[in-house]
Design a protein around this ligand. Structure first.
Ligand code: G
Ligand code: G
Ligand code: MN
Ligand code: NA
Length: 252
């Protein structure tokens, strides 16, 4: 596979980068976290979207190298950001990473190597990856949480959501999939589920972050439903760290 061959070692050749998208607290209006989103610039093809290269990396056994690179870079960038505001950094975790036997240990090793406080890191894991092996995922996540790392359940509501999963597993935050807001903007039935999902999460002691806020009406709706935080193009698009920090300074 052509992409597979050129993705090999991409992190060492400087072809990977991270963009950051802010997460805004809906009560204070402040940005409280930045989600790291990986980008790959292929030397001749140019920018390859993560929806294309992440699955390639997973199949080719390269996702661990890419994931380790992203975690290191995100922790370094988080340190830079601390000069401006107390921001957390959110890093996405692929199912293959989460379900590898040494996942928790690798994360803890990288934290120590970077001399980074666990309290600046949130790991985003998807529901479907946890479902593949609940016991193993749970063991890793519990260990990471004990170390002070936050765990967010990403894309909640996008697939076959299990409420039992929310109640039983060690999460701090639920990220409500953008299909909730998209559908409620169209007057669809999932709009009603948004409010009840927020309440359910709160009853279980979890924070809520809504994804895909694309206009002011959506932001108002989230405030109405008592959602804690929001992310989306209406707040800010994913951008390079320097740009995000520049905006942040302009806001303050
Ligand atoms: O940034 P964008 O919206 O194009 O991301 C598309 C998908 O790629 C999302 O599902 C996102 O979670 C995933 N993704 C982005 N960056 C990373 C990363 O660093 N690691 C993993 N595993 N997935 C990522
Ligand atoms: O699966 P995950 O939640 O990690 O995916 C994040 C992806 O969502 C990123 O690729 C980002 O570009 C995209 N995204 C962020 N905000 C919005 C938005 O407001 N609308 C849409 N359609 N996509 C968004
Ligand atoms: Mn995510
Ligand atoms: Na998501």
């Amino acid at each position: 596979h052509l992409l597979e061959a050129s993705l090999q070692g991409a992190e060492q050749r400087g072809e990977l980068s991270l963009l950051y998208q802010p997460i805004q607290d809906l009560r204070t209006g402040r940005w409280v976290a930045l989600e790291a989103l990986m980008r790959w610039t292929h030397p001749s093809l140019g920018s390859v979207p993560p929806g294309t290269f992440i699955p390639v990396a997973e199949r080719a056994g390269l996702i661990t190298a890419l994931g380790d690179w992203a975690l290191r870079r995100a922790l370094q960038d988080a340190r830079t950001a601390q000069h401006i505001a107390p921001l957390r950094v959110n890093v996405n975790v692929s199912p293959i990473q989460l379900l590898s036997p040494d996942f928790a240990q690798r994360v803890l090793d990288i934290l120590r190597e970077q001399d980074a406080p666990a309290s600046t890191l949130t790991l985003e894991v998807t529901e479907s990856s946890v479902m593949q092996n609940v016991d193993l995922a749970c063991r890793h996540l519990e260990r990471l949480r004990e170390a002070g790392i936050h765990i967010a359940l990403d894309d909640f509501g996008s697939g076959h959501s299990s409420l039992g999963l929310l109640a039983d597993l060690p999460f701090d935050t639920v990220k409500l999939d953008r299909s909730f807001l998209r559908d409620s903007a169209r007057g669809g039935t999932r709009g009603a589920l948004l409010g009840s999902s927020v309440r359910l999460a709160h009853d279980l002691g979890l924070r809520t972050v809504a994804e895909g806020v694309e206009d002011e009406d959506m932001l108002q709706l989230l405030t109405h439903y008592d959602c804690d935080a929001a992310q989306g193009y209406h707040i800010a698009r994913p951008e390079r760290l320097e740009e995000v920090l520049g905006r942040l300074q302009a806001l303050r």
